[in-house]
Design a protein around this ligand. Structure first.
Ligand code: SF4
Length: 403
């Protein structure tokens, strides 16, 4: 049964003050995390949505209606030079679709993507190749992203030629190949250049995939779960390599992961996605140590983190005791919603132990908190536009609610 919560007295999670001044723009791009000025922004998305039409066969099963998978809705983010932005969420939350939209592999249904402040719609052919010189995508699976019948030399030479960086002769090409492998710490180059992918370890393959992306000399790397397929013992090495590239080459990196603990270690800024929408953002230390959104708290509660204080305080694993927070919903007891017919209002409301009546039918905008943190949650609404006491009801939500 749901815990009763009065609509006019919403209680933010423990240790968090409600937001000071109402919502920010629903499509605002600034996360205000202090990682740089506007001039440092290389790639940004504003109000971007992606809906995939349901195929005819599946549509017939759904009663013949024209329906769509709402993979991404109204997503805004900024990637800055020399900074890593983590995009965190469960499987199916839309994070990889965001990466593909930014890489121009899918056209957006709505919204705008800008490179250096200018709108982009790369399409295919020459315009797409020109865009790829600036923005490169690293895939999750290093086993699938390299063609097994070709050597490392083939993969890297092809990438250098496509982007016009192979030099004018054999000697220059050899030099460029060696420099690429050195950049990803695969040395001596002669040991790897003529190897086939199956002769390399998973970590070495992912380094080759990163070297191939670096062949374009990009300014933005979109790393889609770059270490999730790797052995735990070598993940740190690949993340350290990406961090080194960021610092030496002033790269903007989008780090997509379901592992919020690694976001704290690796990313300057962390954004949290749930069911196709952004729900929280801020600098990584704040988001992971003082999460504002109930979903972020749930993610953290289910992630191993030796630095987080846990105990019998019933604080949901945030290390912050206090009243009124409630326990986060048990992730094993509830699942994300269907994106074909996502819930109205806050998409997290069927699982949220703090849900209120308005959460069911009003989508929460972003509310600014301290230090550049923000959360899309009605708990932080301090505007006078709050229902009268007589309207106060609990949401009566589903099985994920606190009981
Ligand atoms: S249902 Fe959504 S808006 Fe309402 S309290 Fe929970 S997270 Fe916040």
């Amino acid at each position: 049964m749901s815990e009763e919560r009065s609509e006019e007295h919403p209680a933010p999670p423990p240790g968090r003050a409600a937001g000071p001044a109402g919502p920010t723009s629903g499509t605002g791009t600034g996360t205000g995390t202090g990682t740089g000025t506007d001039e440092s922004v290389v790639l940004e998305a504003e109000g971007v949505s992606k809906h995939f039409p349901v195929r005819r066969g599946a549509r017939a099963l759904l009663g013949g209606e024209r329906r769509a998978v709402h993979a991404v809705d109204d997503v805004s983010l900024r990637l800055r030079r020399g900074s890593v932005t983590a995009l965190v969420g469960e499987s199916g939350s839309g994070k990889s679709t965001v990466a593909r939209l930014l890489a121009q592999l899918h056209p957006a249904t709505a919204g705008e993507i800008r490179l250096d402040g200018r709108p982009v719609r790369a399409g295919r052919g020459r315009a797409f190749r020109a865009y790829c010189r600036h923005v490169q995508l690293i895939f999750q699976d290093p086993f699938a992203s390299l063609n097994p019948v070709h050597t490392v030399r083939y993969h890297l030479t092809r990438a250098l030629r496509i982007h016009g960086r192979a030099g004018s002769g054999a000697a220059e090409l050899e030099k460029a190949l060696a420099a690429l492998l050195e950049r990803v710490q695969l040395t001596p180059a002669s040991r790897y250049l003529d190897a086939f992918p199956h002769e390399l370890s998973g970590g070495q393959r992912q380094r080759v995939a990163i070297a191939r992306a670096m062949a374009a000399d990009p300014r933005v790397l979109l790393a889609d779960e770059p270490v999730s397929m790797l052995d735990v013992s070598i993940r740190l090495g690949v993340l350290n390599l990406l961090r080194d590239l960021k610092e030496r080459l002033d790269l903007a990196i989008l780090y997509i992961t379901h592992d919020i603990a690694s976001a704290r270690y690796f990313a300057d800024e962390t954004l949290v996605m749930y069911a196709g929408r952004m729900v929280e953002g801020g600098d990584s230390e704040t988001v992971t140590q003082r999460p504002a959104h109930p979903y972020t708290r749930l993610l953290l509660a289910s992630a191993p983190d030796p630095d987080r204080v846990t105990g019998s305080s019933g604080d949901g694993g945030t290390g912050e005791g206090g009243e009124g927070g409630g326990d986060p919903a048990d992730p094993s007891a509830s699942e994300p919603p269907s994106l074909i017919s996502p819930p109205d209002g806050c998409r997290f409301h069927p699982r949220c132990p703090l849900a209120m009546e308005r959460c069911r039918d009003r989508t929460p905008p972003r509310f600014d908190l301290d230090g550049g943190q923000w959360a899309a949650c009605w708990l932080y609404d301090t505007s006078p536009d709050v229902p009268a006491p007589g309207d106060a009801r609990t949401a009566g939500t589903g099985r994920g609610a606190a009981s």
